[in-house]
Ligand binder design. Structure first.
Ligand SMILES: [Zn+2]
Length: 437
């Protein structure tokens, strides 16, 4: 494609001197683009594999030593990378190592969940510098929630003495469908949000750039950069909490799909005609295996007088309406027969979801996250059995089922990682350069 474009450009030059100018501008643009792509490539190999020497960067990027040395000098001047000592202090020529200067900038990550809002500040390595969490109740309308988020971000930055010029941007993860280009929460069944202009509103309140994405996609990116999925090229993050969603990483990149709704596995029907779901359909995976659904199934079983029900009710403090998924997990751990049965059933349902994803994506691993994954020891076996039964030739057997390493921080750290991903890209580096100039 590139060569035919060049040919077209040459034809245009012959025909029209005005277009000649355009062609020269275009080649300047593509040269600038290439320069930024190369800077991004160097920065990303240092991020992933650093500390590295200049020669090692050459080996990993395929750029010449001259090009690498020039880019390294530029990146050192901008403060994004720094010296990490000598490669081989005990002999030979002492090549200098380079690493990301993690303290150079700060990313803000916000996860707006149904039950909790969590905000973090991270450095360039995704390490949490400060954290704030609160219960998402009584905040009222979407505006009430977003005002609260803006106040929290202002507060965290002030408390930690972070100067504005150090902040790259604010990443926000929201459940449900998100228009990432316009920063809009299109539809969030769990939050009951429709067409909320999250990005625009927060940018006006904070005076900072805001990146908005689906919460599960952000959390999957977080696990891939800083958690259980580190270094994997093809990966599924399945997050089971109030809702259920999957983030897909294919060939090293987050997959969005044609209308940015890829990964909505929670709304795949696994029990036709089953319980009603937050989306309005019946028998969705989310309606039988989410935290809320586990509690609902438990209530039905207890009310129907299932064996072990009385004991489970006692663990929940004797009140059926207070029974939660945590009580079910706790009961299962104590050997309660109903608790164990409910958790295994949850594993079978989740196993169907996981095997669908594995049949379609063929990932190296599935990372289980979200609140329910804290009890994954109680249902991991059932998930693995389902993977074996429901994948072609039992191919799912080779898929590693991992548990989230970031845990409750996956959402906010993932949202901050959206910011880091942008900053380490050619586009982000162009904005960075414009900001400094
Ligand atoms: Zn649904």
């Amino acid at each position: 494609m590139g060569s035919s474009d060049e040919k077209n450009a040459v034809d245009v030059i012959k025909l029209n001197p005005v277009s000649y100018v355009a062609a020269v501008e275009m080649s300047t643009v593509s040269f600038e683009r290439m320069r930024l792509e190369n800077r991004s490539a160097v920065l990303n190999v240092i991020r992933k594999y650093g500390p590295l020497s200049r020669t090692e960067i050459v080996g990993r990027t395929g750029l010449t030593l001259t090009a690498v040395s020039k880019i390294v000098s530029e990146l050192q001047r901008s403060g994004l990378i720094c010296d990490a000592g000598a490669a081989n202090p005990n002999g030979g020529r002492k090549a200098r190592l380079l690493r990301i200067n993690s303290a150079a900038r700060v990313a803000v990550g916000v996860n707006v969940g149904y039950s909790r809002i969590c905000t973090v500040l991270t450095d360039l390595d995704g390490r949490i510098l400060a954290r704030h969490a609160c219960v998402n109740r009584g905040l009222g309308s979407p505006q009430g929630v977003l005002d609260y988020v803006a106040d929290t971000v202002h507060g965290l930055l002030a408390e930690n003495g972070v100067s504005r010029d150090k902040i790259i941007a604010v990443g926000v993860g929201i459940p449900g469908l998100v228009d990432t280009r316009r920063g809009i929460s299109v539809f969030s069944p769990n939050l009951n949000w429709h067409q909320v202009p999250v990005g625009e509103y927060l940018e006006s309140r904070l005076g900072l750039p805001v990146i908005v994405d689906n919460d599960v996609r952000a959390a999957t990116l977080g696990e891939r950069w800083h958690g259980a999925g580190k270094g994997l090229r093809t990966l599924v993050g399945l997050f089971v909490g109030t809702g259920i969603g999957a983030g897909l990483v294919i060939d090293g990149k987050l997959h969005y799909g044609a209308t940015e709704s890829a990964g909505e596995i929670g709304h795949t029907v696994v029990v036709p005609g089953g319980p009603i779901c937050s989306c309005g359909n019946r028998g969705c995976l989310e309606a039988v295996a989410s935290g809320r659904a586990i509690a609902d199934r438990a209530k039905v079983a207890v009310a129907a007088g299932a064996p072990g029900g009385e004991e489970l009710l006692q663990i929940a403090g004797g009140r059926l309406e207070n029974l939660t998924a945590e009580h079910v997990a706790l009961a299962a751990r104590q050997g309660n027969v109903l608790g164990r049965q409910l958790m295994e059933e949850t594993g079978r349902f989740l196993g169907i979801g996981v095997s669908i994803l594995c049949n379609v994506i063929n990932p190296e691993a599935v990372v289980l996250g979200g609140g329910v994954s804290r009890s994954s020891d109680l249902f991991l076996g059932a998930v693995q059995d389902a993977l074996e039964t429901h994948t072609l030739e039992g191919r799912g057997r080779g898929v590693k089922v991992l548990v989230s390493q970031l845990g409750a921080d996956a959402g906010p750290v993932g949202a901050a990682t959206l910011v880091l991903q942008k900053m380490f890209s050619a586009e982000g580096l162009a904005q960075e350069a414009a900001g400094q100039g």
